[in-house]
Design a protein around this ligand. Structure first.
Ligand code: DX5
Ligand code: ZN
Length: 221
């Protein structure tokens, strides 16, 4: 039985101390480091580019889980692949040729993921599911950390887990936004494999306890 993977998001870290944030993730038993790339266009906020991923790569052995919240993600994937990203997820809403993009990411080395915002229906992913290794379900409207989880998005994640079983597909399901102690059980009950944690991790007095709480949940599937 696999435990949940926890991916703390650098978005909630002190940007002046990224090395310290990565060390904290490792010490706390996190599985992946989640990198939220925002372009000020797809979402109303700006974060960082491929150099941050390359510098993070030099400081940690944790897999780098890059979440592109950008328009024209096709222009960025090569740079993030070169920077050492292990996973690159783009938004379905940001590209017309999602299949081509997923295949290009895979050819460059990283594992491809796709993400959808709360208002995008699951049905929009139907044709793409066999071609991605990760589906990142946004459980808040992307752009900022510290927002409240939108409960309807958990139902979407649950339906995705059912669909995955029916179609016998191997992709991982990740939930991103508003994951904390209060929502942990409901998040896990969807059948998700990865939980992104921003404010709940970096705002905690004891981040290791937040990771441990997620990993302590039994997943009988
Ligand atoms: C939101 C980002 C999330 C965010 C999660 O646009 O994609 O990864 O950092 O932060 P919390 O856990 O605080 O909701
Ligand atoms: Zn994210």
């Amino acid at each position: 039985m696999e435990t949940l993977r926890v991916a703390p998001s650098l978005l909630s870290a002190d940007f002046a101390d990224i090395a310290g944030a990565l060390k904290l993730m490792e010490r706390a038993g996190a599985d992946w480091a989640h990198l939220d790339v925002m372009d000020g266009r797809f979402v109303p906020n700006l974060t960082f580019g491929p150099k941050m991923a390359a510098d993070a790569r030099a400081r940690t052995r944790l897999p780098l889980d890059v979440h592109l919240m950008t328009v024209e993600p096709e222009l960025l994937i090569e740079a993030f692949a070169k920077a050492g990203a292990d996973w690159i997820s783009f938004h379905l809403e940001a590209t017309v040729h999602a299949h081509r993009l997923a295949e290009r990411i895979r050819a460059l080395g990283p594992r491809p993921g796709v993400s959808i915002v709360p208002s995008t229906p699951l049905s929009a992913l139907e044709e793409l599911l066999p071609f991605v290794d990760l589906v990142l379900i946004m459980t808040v409207n992307p752009g900022f950390g510290g927002q409240s989880l939108i409960p309807a998005c958990l139902d979407k994640a649950r339906r995705l887990a059912t669909l995955r079983k029916e179609r016998g597909l191997p992709f991982l399901i990740s939930l991103d936004g508003g994951v904390n102690r209060a929502t942990l059980d409901a998040c896990c009950a969807t059948g998700a494999d990865v939980l992104v944690m921003g404010s709940a991790f970096f705002g905690a007095a004891d981040p290791a306890a937040e990771v441990a709480a997620a990993k302590a949940i039994l997943r009988p599937w």
